[in-house]
Write a protein that binds this ligand. Structure first.
Ligand SMILES: NC(=O)c1ccc[n+]([C@@H]2O[C@H](COP(=O)([O-])OP(=O)(O)OC[C@H]3O[C@@H](n4cnc5c(N)ncnc54)[C@H](O)[C@@H]3O)[C@@H](O)[C@H]2O)c1
Ligand SMILES: O=C(O)C(=O)C[C@@H](O)[C@H](O)[C@H](O)COP(=O)(O)O
Ligand SMILES: [Zn+2]
Length: 379
């Protein structure tokens, strides 16, 4: 593994850069390419008229990637300030949100200035929400540093913090002004964290067969051995998300497909006090629901075996040691629960997932059927 100091000294540009246009109400571009971390300043300068930037990152990412981003912003004429918070899901809280808002107030950040979210999904969701609230909205540039944030959370404009009542309950839709994604930054991502990103990529594979095929075609080696294929895969996931978000920006209907695996996943996060991280929990959610679909005859056995192969390959567990009652109780807090029903995303096949409003009683039955008992990895 190359050290982050080496990466800061040696900008490595590559021809394989993807520019993906997201045609939301306020459109923006997602740039994906190796070496782009050194271009954050140029992108920022093109997005805002002010020249002050508040870089938000957690205590792991700031010492690794704060400097190259600062230098790039300063090179583009920005006065750079930063704000660092303790890493982890527990920081996606109203208290941390207020602490960040106070930092913006202390700096008197203006509406012409910029918030830069440099980090994983926690940073993106927290900084995105603070930027949307401060002065009724300042620009937010997303610079994702985890695989999960690159393929999913940095794009689409969902921002939120968690409440004791449930996950992501306080938030707004607010699109970033741009997303700059440099896969070389993953060189410092701890091995264990990749699985969270792979889980969301498997989700995109179930929604889009092209993603599934790219995932299966990846070489067996460590992902650092195939940076260009990984960059292409990130770009493909972003295109799939772009298409879903463009069709239904504020989740009136079909955007809920991106919640595949999430009703159970969020419940798993909740019952474990966020001890199981988001991506891994989504992996469990995918397995539980797909198993239930196969066991009720609504999907072919191959749909599950293909999923289990991928989960296993990318270090994700298909086991669910939590019972239906606990998960059902936690799922009642889900935003997609209304009255006695919850809207589920049902994986009928790869590339064939459907939204279905499901009574809690029927959801409980699906959980009973889908949670493995004696033979966790089998149909
Ligand atoms: N807004 C959305 O559309 C959306 C989509 C998916 C997930 N999410 C949210 O994203 C969060 C999960 O994101 P996550 O998995 O990135 O978690 P995270 O932000 O906590 O990052 C995971 C860990 O990796 C570290 N890290 C990140 N990049 C690094 C790097 N390059 N080098 C070294 N360490 C690095 C972080 O410090 C942290 O410890 C959840 O809160 C989830 O709800 C939001
Ligand atoms: O962007 C979306 O829409 C998603 O659903 C992406 C999910 O991966 C993500 O975890 C999202 O935050 C879940 O949204 P929520 O509305 O269920 O909180
Ligand atoms: Zn997710």
């Amino acid at each position: 593994m190359r050290r982050p100091e080496d990466l800061t000294k040696e900008p490595r540009m590559n021809d394989q850069t993807y520019e993906i246009h997201v045609p939301t109400g306020e459109p923006y571009a997602v740039s994906i390419g190796r070496g782009l971390i050194h271009r954050v300043g140029a992108t920022a300068a093109a997005c805002v008229t002010g020249r002050r930037a508040l870089v938000v990152s957690d205590g792991n990412v700031a010492p690794l990637w704060g400097l190259p981003v600062r230098w790039s912003l300063e090179g583009a004429g920005f006065e750079v300030h930063d704000w660092t918070f303790p890493a982890g899901e527990q920081s996606k809280s109203p208290d941390m949100l207020m602490a960040l808002i106070h930092r913006a107030a202390e700096l008197r950040l203006s509406r012409r200035d910029l918030v830069v979210a440099l980090g994983g999904g926690v940073t993106g969701d927290l900084a995105g929400l603070a930027a949307a609230l401060w002065c009724r909205g300042v620009a937010c540039l997303q610079v994702p540093t985890s695989l999960l944030a690159m393929v999913d959370s940095s794009v689409g404009g969902k921002t939120a913090v968690n409440l004791p009542a449930g996950k992501n309950l306080m938030g707004v839709f607010s699109q970033p002004v741009a997303v700059v994604c440099d896969p070389d930054v993953l060189e410092t991502l701890p091995e264990d964290e990749y699985a969270n990103g792979w889980a969301e990529i498997v989700k995109y594979g179930m929604l889009d067969r092209g993603v599934a095929e790219m995932l299966e075609d990846l070489p067996e080696e460590d992902s650092s051995e195939y940076p260009d294929a990984l960059t292409a895969l990130i770009a493909r996931c972003v295109e799939v998300k772009r298409d879903v978000v463009a069709a239904d920006e504020r989740e009136g209907s079909t955007r809920a497909l991106l919640n595949l695996g999430h009703t159970v996943g969020h419940a798993v996060e909740r019952v474990t006090g966020y001890g199981v991280p988001h991506g891994r929990a989504v992996g469990v959610g995918l397995a539980v629901l797909t198993r239930a679909m196969v066991r009720t005859g609504r999907a072919k056995p191959e749909v599950l075996s293909r999923l289990l192969r991928l989960l296993d390959r990318f270090g994700l567990s298909a086991e669910c040691p939590w019972g239906p009652d606990a998960l059902l109780e936690a799922a009642r807090a889900d935003k997609k629960s209304t009255g006695g029903s919850v809207t589920l995303v049902l994986p009928c096949g790869w590339g064939d997932c459907r939204l279905e409003s499901t009574r809690f009683g029927d959801f409980r039955k699906l959980l009973e059927i889908g949670i493995p008992t004696d033979a966790p990895q089998s149909c």
